[in-house]
Every structure is written in C-alpha cells, then in structure tokens.
Design a protein around this ligand. Structure first.
Ligand code: OKP
Ligand code: ZN
Length: 358
C-alpha cells in the first residue's frame, strides 16, 4: 500500500479546546501522527511515497477550491495574520471561535459582512473545540497535497493508498471548519477520483458523523456518502448524522447514515458495516474513500464505542472484499498509544486480503 505523508502536520499544534464546559489540552496532538508512522514502519506492507510526487501549492489550491468556497479559503489563509494584527500578544495564543451567527434562526444575518475578527471566525466555524493556530493553514494545505497525490495514485491504477495526515478533515464543510478539521481531505480525494471513475463511494468509519463530507455531496448522485457513527442525539456533531438524512434533489438516496448507540461493540458495529458494504456494492462503486478514524476503540478518551485492537483487522479484510480501488484518509483516534496499531491493523489486513484475492 502506498502511503502519502503530510510533512507539514507539525505546524498545527493547538493549545486548548473548549471541552465539556472547560478549556482543556487539545486531544488532536502531533504524536498521533508519529504513533501511526512508527506502526506502519514496523510492518512491511507500506511503500512511502517520495515528496516529489506531491502537487505544488498552486495546483493544491485549485483542487481544494473544488470542495471549499473561495471566501472560506481566503479567510482561512489570512486568519492567522488577521488575528496577530488584532492585538499585541496574540501570537502566543490560538484563535478559538466563541460566537456564531446561527443561520436560519432568530434572524441573525451576515449579509453585511462583519469586520470584527471573532465575528468572522464564527461565520466560518461551528464549534469552540477547533483552535486556529499559526500553522493551521500550512498543515491543512500539506494534508491536501498528500491527499491529492494519494487519490491520483489510485486513479492511475494503484489498488490502495493511505493519507497519513493531521489535522483530520471529515467535519470541515464547504465553507466552515470545526471538529478539529479545516480542509476535508476525504472530499478532495473523492472529487479527484470522480475525474476517473463515474461512481465513487465514501464510507466513513470514524466514531463521529462525517458531517462535512455529507454536506459536500448531499445533492449529488455520483458520490455516495455513508457514515457509521455514534447517534448524534447523544454525540458530536449533534445537529447532523441522523438516519433520516437520505440526500437532497439529485442526491436523494445517495446518503446513508448508520447511527449506533453509545457503548456499541464490534458485534453491533459490524452489522452496520455489513449494511454499508451492501450499499456500496449495490451502488456499483468503482472507487472508494474511507475516512479512517480509530476513535471507535474501547480506550478512546472522548468517544464511546468498544472496538478492540483485533477488530480493526476484521474491518480491513471486510473492506478489501468490496474490490474497489481505495483511498484511506486518517481522521480521528485519540488513545494515542493505541492509534498506530489500530490504524495499521486496518490497512495491513486490507492490503493482505487484496493480495490474496489476486
Ligand atoms: C474529530 B474527529 C466541542 C468539542 C467536541 C469534538 C470532537 C471532534 C472529533 N466543544 N469534540 O471526528 O475524530
Ligand atoms: Zn472522530
């Protein structure tokens, strides 16, 4: 399996996030990357792509602009310098959203664009758990570069690729950040795969609903979005991810949410995986994107499923049976000591099941 690394990931280091009513140290930390990298290196199924295979920044911007709005990208690119120029000392703090316009409710409006930085940050974000730092833009663009190269490799005939990156992406929507995410790597990958394959499926197996990805493709029938996640009635991102969200207009029938109760173990989770796999096959997917979060693990500090390290091997083997060229993007997983082994178990068993199938 080809692995594409975001070597800019270390530029995004959040200090604190708002979590359950307090500021706490960020869960989404650089060591997550290193634990995964170490696990992959210790096994022999990975080929690490060379940096020369990555697209340049201009090309990367162009691809990212197929997923995210120009206004949002302009905001994100300049947000750090805007923040620093606001007030002396800001360079030692992160910008953390704290006020939102609540579109569609109470008549709040952004028709007259606010000049205030906090007000603009609120327009382009949906939670207070996602600190914007000096290197967030560069790290997010580095992730997009790796993603584009990984998707191109699969478009050009590779059986599978893995994007080893952070911050994650699946909560980022067309014009907003949130849930530790800035650029939706899975959506970027699917968009590139669509240039080569008529029908692309996205099967998101992170603990949290992939709200950003769902929203990117909600009215389209050519990209089928599926997500297995904790029931949003109890779990983040709360306001999206219910089973009755089936898609809109042309996209009706091309979004599938499989919410599960908190406490689900592999027995319950794997039933949802079967439903998802059947749907991928019936759709006739020619390529697959798997936003791969391992925060479904029993030891995850912010989640609530009970998957075990060995279950991730079963998942990888099952995904391989879909017989689709597949791009995996790294999403969540916050039990840092276990993240590497869990990710490597999915990818290695996928890889071996693929080889043995010929
Ligand atoms: C990202 B991924 C809100 C904090 C809620 C956000 C969790 C984001 C998970 N103040 N926590 O899907 O693993
Ligand atoms: Zn997650």
């Amino acid at each position: 399996m080809q692995v594409f690394i975001n070597d800019q990931h270390h530029l995004h280091v959040g200090r604190q996030e708002m979590f359950r009513g307090r500021l706490v140290d960020c869960h989404e930390v650089p060591s997550r990357f290193h634990f995964v990298l170490d696990s992959l290196r210790s096994r022999s199924f990975c080929e690490f792509a060379k940096a020369e295979t990555l697209p340049n920044l201009d090309e990367t911007r162009g691809q990212v602009a197929r997923v995210h709005s120009a206004q949002y990208l302009a905001f994100l690119e300049h947000a750090w310098s805007d923040w620093v120029h606001l007030q002396a000392g800001n360079e030692d703090l992160d910008a953390l959203p704290s006020v939102w316009p609540l579109p569609n409710r109470f008549g709040f409006s952004t028709e007259i664009p606010p000049a205030n930085f906090a007000a603009r940050l609120g327009m382009y974000s949906f939670d207070s758990g996602t600190p914007l730092t000096s290197g967030s833009w560069s790290a997010a663009m580095g992730g997009a570069q790796a993603t584009i190269a990984a998707a191109r490799a699969v478009s050009n005939g590779s059986r599978s690729s893995f994007v080893l990156t952070r911050p994650p992406g699946h909560h980022a929507g067309p014009d907003y950040m949130g849930g530790y995410c800035f650029v939706n790597n899975a959506a970027v990958a699917a968009t590139i795969l669509r240039d080569r394959f008529a029908r692309v499926a996205i099967l998101d197996i992170d603990f949290h609903h992939g709200n950003g990805t769902q929203t990117c493709f909600y009215d389209r029938s050519d990209v089928f979005t599926i997500s297995i996640h904790a029931d949003p009635v109890h779990s983040y991102p709360f306001y999206l991810g219910h089973a009755n969200e089936r898609g809109h207009a042309n996209g009706l029938g091309f979004n599938l949410n499989l919410p599960l109760p908190i406490g689900s173990d592999y027995q319950g989770w794997s039933q949802a995986l079967e439903t998802a796999c059947t749907a991928v096959t019936e759709f006739g997917a020619q390529a697959l994107v798997v936003p791969l979060g391992v925060d479904t693990f029993e030891g995850d500090p912010i989640s609530g499923f009970r998957l075990k390290t060995s279950d991730y091997k079963t998942i990888g083997a099952r995904l391989a049976q879909l017989h689709c060229p597949t791009v995996f993007t790294f999403e969540g997983g916050y039990a840092v000591q276990a993240v590497g082994e869990n990710v490597a178990n999915v990818l290695e068993s996928f890889h071996h099941a693929t080889i043995h199938a010929g």
